[in-house]
Write a protein that binds this ligand. Structure first.
Ligand code: C5P
Length: 226
């Protein structure tokens, strides 16, 4: 089976308050989405990369043209819908046993080494796997009074990429009836009663949400430049 990357990039990034969607904002001199594309293109394990954008996206043509990258103009109203539409567009191009690595365009710190680690450590795991970081802070639950301290021993923060066999990912997302409950792809697979493997990620692979996150991403990129 082959490994393919699927990057949902059809969001508007409202929390950034910027004039263009956040996946196109410059990070260390190139558009955020370009960092993710370059990471997958730098990985010898990835056969092909697919990017899902909105039908009327005016920015992608300046960013994506590259060997091994296909743009799918089928973005939906939610991240999950964009991924579902992208998976549907892949029908016929990929095998049901192929692995799909879903990665958010908003994580510019990915590199080929993290991709390799995810693929190697997930191996043939039937439920797939995801990059995640062990929680280091003490975790409280409350609204807003602290009601309880949640033991952090087994707590992880999910990152992307998250990888699953094409057929399993389609089945999991089709079965997900409450889009609000599906904040990542692994949660849809978990809802089938499966336990995707947790593979240790890296803080450099942070998700850019607020404007300051771009500065932090640039600091990580500078610190880990190979
Ligand atoms: O906004 P957030 O950071 O949660 O988005 C995660 C990823 O999902 C981003 O890469 C964004 O472009 C993508 N997305 C999408 N379609 C949407 C909403 C978000 O592809 N309708």
């Amino acid at each position: 089976p082959s490994y393919h990357a699927l990057i949902p990039a059809a969001g508007v990034g409202a929390r950034m308050g910027a004039s263009s969607p956040k996946q196109y904002l410059p990070v260390a001199g190139k558009p955020m989405l370009r960092h993710a594309l370059d990471a997958f293109r730098a990985s010898p394990l990835i056969a092909h990369t697919y990017v899902v954008v909105s039908a009327d996206d005016p920015y992608i043509d300046a960013v994506a043209p590259a060997e091994g990258v296909t743009v799918l103009r089928c973005g939906g109203a939610t991240r999950m819908e964009s991924i579902r539409n992208g998976l549907r567009a892949l029908q016929g191009s990929v095998d049901g046993e192929d692995w799909i690595l879903v990665h958010d365009a908003a994580r510019p710190g990915l590199d080929a080494e993290l991709i390799r680690r995810l693929i190697v450590e997930t191996g043939e795991h039937p439920a797939g796997g995801l990059l995640a970081l062990p929680v280091v802070d003490t975790v409280k639950r409350g609204t807003p009074g602290a009601l309880a301290t949640v033991p952090r021993d087994n707590l992880w923060l999910a990152q992307t990429p998250q990888m699953f066999r094409y057929s399993l990912l389609c089945r999991a997302l089709d079965a997900a009836t409450d889009p609000a409950a599906v904040t990542d792809d692994a949660s849809a697979v978990e809802a089938l009663g499966l336990a995707p493997r947790l593979v240790e990620g890296h803080p450099r692979n942070l998700k850019v949400t607020l404007p300051v996150d771009i500065r932090i991403a640039e600091m990580y990129l500078a610190a880990f430049r190979h």
